[in-house]
Design a protein around this ligand. Structure first.
Ligand SMILES: [Zn+2]
Length: 55
């Protein structure tokens, strides 16, 4: 998967290590860009899990 660099700057989410889209970007208390979902999860103290048990 080498589509080349995207024009937009995509910060990496410190929680899930994935690029953060602008529409999903949120800034935590430390001014760190993070996914909104990851941010909410961090507030709850639970990391987002990928797998069964969704919804
Ligand atoms: Zn994330």
């Amino acid at each position: 998967m080498s589509q080349g660099q995207s024009a937009a700057y995509s910060p990496i989410c410190p929680l899930c290590r994935e690029p953060i889209r602008l529409e999903d970007a949120k800034t935590d208390e430390d001014g760190q860009a993070i996914h909104e979902n990851c941010y909410l999860a961090s507030l709850k103290g639970t990391a987002p899990t990928t797998g069964s048990g969704s919804n």
